[in-house]
Design a protein around this ligand. Structure first.
Ligand SMILES: Cc1ncc(COP(=O)(O)O)c(C=O)c1O
Length: 399
C-alpha cells in the first residue's frame, strides 16, 4: 500500500460518529443535525427538469475538458460575477469543469506539487480536511495557518516568514471560510499574488461559499478579480474553485469548475485525462441551466439570512457570536471543552454539532478549533430555531 495513506487523519464525521456512539440521545426529542454542511433547501426544479431532458448523452463518453457550451457559460458567469476584464478568460484555455470541488481540490495538489522539490502546502486552520489529505498524499508537508478570532478569523499572512514562503509550493485559501465565514479582501489577495510571484508558488482559492453572503450589496471578492485589479489579467499562478453544491443546493449533482492560469489548467487537464473524472453530459446540461440563473441563488441567500436573524437572536451572548460575512456556518466559542459540549448537547437535547477541534490541528500557537463548535444552518428555519433554543437551554443547564 501507499505508505502515505497512514498519514491521513480520520475524517471529522468518523470521529463524530464514534463520539455519538458513546452517548444515548433523549428519544422524546426529535434529532436535529447542525453538523453536516450539506445544503437542505430544495434543488431548483428547472435544473432537475433540464437533467431529465438531457439523457441522450448516456451512450457517449463525456470529454474531460467538458463541453464548450458549459465552459462558455462559466466564462460569462465569472466575468459578470467578478467584474473581470472583457475577453480576459477564454472558455477553451482557462476553464475546466470538475465533478464537485472536493475531487478537484484533492486532485489539484497531486497534479501541481513537485515531490522532487519538496516543501509545504499552506492551508488555513481550521480547514476543509481535503486540503490536508491532498497535501499529505502528494508528498508535501502541510503548514497550518491559524485563523483566530483575534485576527478576524483569517490567517495572519504577515506573520509567515520568508523562509516559509520560500518553501511553499501551493497555498490553499478558503474564502469565504469554512467554518468561519470570513472573507479575504482584495488588497490581501493582491499581496498574496505578489508573494506567489516572488516565491514561485500557486494559489488555489476555494470559493465554493462565495454566493452565500450576508449583504446583497457586498458579494465577496474572488482571487481572479483581485488578480485582474492588480493587473495580472493572465491570472498567472491563480486558480479558483467554484461549485453548484452550496450556490444552487445541488450537492448531489457533483458539479463545479476550476478556472485561472492557462498553463496550470492545461497541466491539470493532462492529469485529469488519466484521473478519469469527466462530468456526465446530462450533468453538464443541468449545470448550464444552473449557472445561467441568479434568481434561485438570491432566494437561497434570503433563506439563509432569515435563519441567521432568528438563530442569532436566540443564542446567548457568551457564545461570542457575530454574523459572519458569508457562508452558512456559525463558529461559536463554547463555555466548556468543545468535545464535551458536543457530547453533552447531544445527550441532553438530541442536537448534533461538530467539535471545532475535529476541524483543526494543534500548532505552536494553540489549536484554533479548541473550545469552538461548528453549527451549519442548513435545516429548515423552524428546525434551526428549535436547535438554537435547545442549545440555549443546554448552556443554561451548565451554569
Ligand atoms: C470549504 C469547502 N470546499 C469544498 C467543498 C466541496 O464541495 P463540492 O465537492 O460539493 O463542490 C466543501 C463541501 O462541504 C467545503 O466546505
Amino acid at each position: 500500500m501507499n505508505s502515505e495513506l497512514e498519514k491521513l487523519h480520520p475524517y471529522p464525521f468518523e470521529r463524530l460518529l464514534a463520539l455519538k456512539d458513546s452517548v444515548e440521545a433523549p428519544a422524546a426529542l426529535s434529532p436535529i443535525a447542525l453538523s453536516i454542511g450539506e445544503p437542505k433547501h430544495p434543488a431548483p426544479a428547472f435544473v432537475a427538469q433540464r437533467l431529465s431532458e438531457s439523457l441522450d448523452g448516456l451512450s457517449r463518453y463525456p470529454f474531460t475538458r467538458g463541453e464548450q457550451a458549459l465552459r462558455e457559460t462559466i466564462v460569462d458567469w465569472l466575468g459578470q460575477r467578478f467584474k473581470l476584464p472583457a475577453n480576459s478568460l477564454d472558455a477553451q484555455r482557462h476553464i475546466l469543469p470538475v465533478s464537485g470541488t472536493r475531487e478537484a481540490l484533492f486532485a489539484f495538489a497531486q497534479a501541481t506539487f513537485d515531490r522532487a522539490r519538496g516543501g509545504y502546502v499552506l492551508m488555513p486552520n481550521p480547514f476543509y480536511q481535503i486540503y490536508e489529505g491532498a497535501a499529505l498524499l502528494a508528498g508535501a508537508e502541510p503548514y497550518y495557518l491559524n485563523t483566530p478570532a483575534s485576527h478576524g478569523y483569517l490567517p495572519d499572512f504577515d506573520a509567515v516568514s520568508e523562509q516559509t514562503w520560500a518553501r511553499c509550493q501551493l497555498l490553499y485559501l478558503c474564502s469565504p471560510g469554512n467554518p468561519t465565514g470570513a472573507v479575504i479582501d482584495s488588497a490581501r489577495l493582491q499581496q498574496l499574488i505578489a508573494l506567489a510571484e516572488k516565491h514561485n508558488f500557486i494559489i488555489a482559492s476555494d470559493e465554493c461559499y462565495s454566493e452565500i453572503y450576508a449583504d446583497e450589496s457586498m458579494p465577496p471578492v474572488g482571487l481572479l478579480q483581485a488578480a485582474a485589479q492588480a493587473g495580472y489579467d493572465d491570472y498567472r499562478r491563480c486558480v479558483v474553485f467554484h461549485s453548484l453544491s452550496k450556490r444552487s443546493n445541488l450537492p448531489g449533482l457533483r458539479s463545479g469548475f476550476v478556472a485561472g492560469d492557462e498553463k496550470i489548467i492545461a497541466d491539470f487537464l493532462k492529469y485529469r485525462t488519466y484521473h478519469g473524472c469527466a462530468m456526465p453530459h446530462h450533468h453538464q446540461s443541468a449545470s448550464i441551466a444552473a449557472w445561467q440563473d441568479e434568481a434561485h441563488v438570491e432566494h437561497n441567500r434570503h433563506l439563509y439570512r432569515a435563519k441567521f436573524d432568528a438563530v442569532l437572536a436566540i443564542l446567548p451572548a457568551e457564545l461570542g457570536l457575530t454574523r459572519p460575512a458569508a457562508g452558512f456556518y456559525l463558529w461559536p466559542q463554547t463555555p466548556i471543552n468543545d468535545v464535551e459540549f458536543t457530547r453533552g448537547l447531544y445527550a441532553q437535547q438530541n442536537v448534533t454539532v461538530l467539535p471545532g477541534s475535529f476541524l483543526s490541528r494543534p500548532t505552536r500557537d494553540g489549536d484554533p478549533g479548541e473550545n469552538r463548535v461548528r453549527l451549519a444552518l442548513v435545516a429548515e428555519l423552524e428546525e434551526c430555531i428549535s436547535a438554537a433554543k435547545r442549545i440555549r437551554s443546554f448552556i443554561e443547564s451548565l451554569s
